[in-house]
Design a protein around this ligand. Structure first.
Ligand SMILES: *Cc1c(COP(=O)(O)O)cnc(C)c1O
Length: 394
């Protein structure tokens, strides 16, 4: 026992609250205090906590089978892959256990594609300033953020970066070694900034013209978060490769790499693998998540709630120009750019039992469950209003 090194490695600045239970949009701590949760495990609990149908699916699967390994077939896993193929641009899916792994599987697939078509010199991926793709060595190399790469040795080679939304810089960054352009259609950690539909369409055109693969990271903005199954659905373009995770398992760890058959042509027998990826528990929950999201009206309701939150927050920032300067995001991923330090605002809201997150560019980030009600949105906005008065000095 060493005070400087608690049993849980101190890489997080954890709030001193212990949660024991969740129900829909609420969390309950060990003192029985109720919090309105607009974090959702960071865009994970899209269907809220302890959703009865997900609980049932996990219990049922837990009593049947946990693991067989990817050397055998599992019906539920095959079914989830087929459903994702039927719902998207993709022809094929590989399941992983996390977002970072799914993103990295996409990078491997991209490199392998160019190797398979006889252009192994193309291996570099262009990403955007402020991006976040997870904490693996490749993920941090792609982000180029000093706080993530510092001290971890020479960053992995193979990633170039351009400013967010800068098409000219992007064109200039393409070299004979470029393999793909990788982007979050809505920048999450980096500050809740949606790429415009025109920008995503321009990326598609550029990739087609240059023979590059278009790679979307929809780990945070996908699975209904923007009001459609995927954020790129709003732009009417499709990628060649995409990673998803977070809300796919609503808290049960699962990620997936989705790709067209063409892009995946290098991923032949034995080229990739995972012990737990696509295990029966994870895919049982993934199937149940899709069951709920495919019910009539699910996305329409999420869109209406997103629009409602948008209107309420617009009204709120108009009342507090000294606290909030800008409103960004899409659907039910929204952010308010703060005048005070965002982490101070996050803490002040937490003290009033509303959980939100910080994001880049001094933004306070809100990720309510997609099943949030108007009354819960009103409750959140009322708390933010009250807390904002603290800085307004009224
Ligand atoms: C959360 C996130 C990741 C990393 O996912 P992990 O499950 O934490 O590895 C990658 N990309 C984006 C856009 C994310 O929001």
């Amino acid at each position: 026992m060493n005070a400087a090194f608690p049993a849980l490695m101190p890489v997080y600045n954890r709030a001193d609250i212990c949660f024991e239970r969740g129900e829909g949009a609420y969390l309950f701590d060990d003192k029985g205090q109720r919090y309105l949760d607009f974090v959702g495990g960071i865009a994970v609990a899209a269907l809220g906590h302890a959703h009865p149908r997900l609980v049932q699916a996990l219990k049922d699967q837990a009593e049947k089978l946990w693991i067989v390994g990817n050397v055998f077939r599992v019906h539920g896993t095959e079914r989830l892959a087929q459903r994702l193929v039927d719902l998207t641009f993709a022809d094929t899916v590989f399941f992983q256990n996390s977002g970072a792994e799914a993103w990295e599987c996409c990078v491997k697939l991209i490199r392998k594609y160019f190797s398979a078509i006889g252009q192994p010199q193309r291996y570099r991926v262009i990403t955007f300033q402020g991006c976040f793709h997870g904490r693996t060595l490749a993920g941090i190399a792609a982000s180029k953020a000093e706080k993530m790469v510092g001290g971890f040795g020479p960053p992995m080679n193979g990633f170039d970066q351009v400013p967010w939304g800068d098409l000219d810089a992007l064109r200039a960054a393409i070299t004979p070694e470029t393999a793909a352009i990788g982007i979050e259609p809505v920048l999450g950690e980096g500050g809740m900034k949606p790429a415009s539909p025109e920008f995503l369409r321009a990326l598609r055109a550029l990739c087609d013209a240059e023979g590059l693969l278009l790679f979307f990271d929809e780990i945070q903005c996908g699975m209904g978060r923007t009001g459609k199954l995927f954020a790129h659905d709003w732009a009417g373009v499709t990628p060649d490769v995409m990673c998803i995770a977070k809300a796919l398992g609503n808290g049960y760890p699962i990620g997936a790499c989705l790709a067209t058959a063409k892009a995946a042509q290098g991923m032949t027998m034995g080229t990739h693998g995972s012990t737990y990826g696509g295990n029966p528990l994870a895919t049982a929950v993934g199937n149940a998540v899709l069951d709920v999201m495919e019910e009539p009206g699910f996305f329409e309701t999420a869109q209406r709630r997103g629009a409602y939150l948008w209107r309420k927050l617009d009204e709120l920032i108009a009342r507090h120009p000294k606290v909030f300067t800008e409103h960004r995001g899409k659907g039910l991923m929204q952010g308010l750019r703060c005048v005070p330090t965002n982490t101070d605002v996050v803490e002040a809201l937490r003290a009033e039992k509303l959980l939100v997150l910080s994001a880049g560019e001094n933004v306070v980030r809100m990720l309510p469950p997609l099943i949030v009600t108007e009354a819960q949105i009103d409750e959140a906005v009322e708390i933010i209003d009250r807390v904002a008065l603290k800085w307004t000095g009224a």
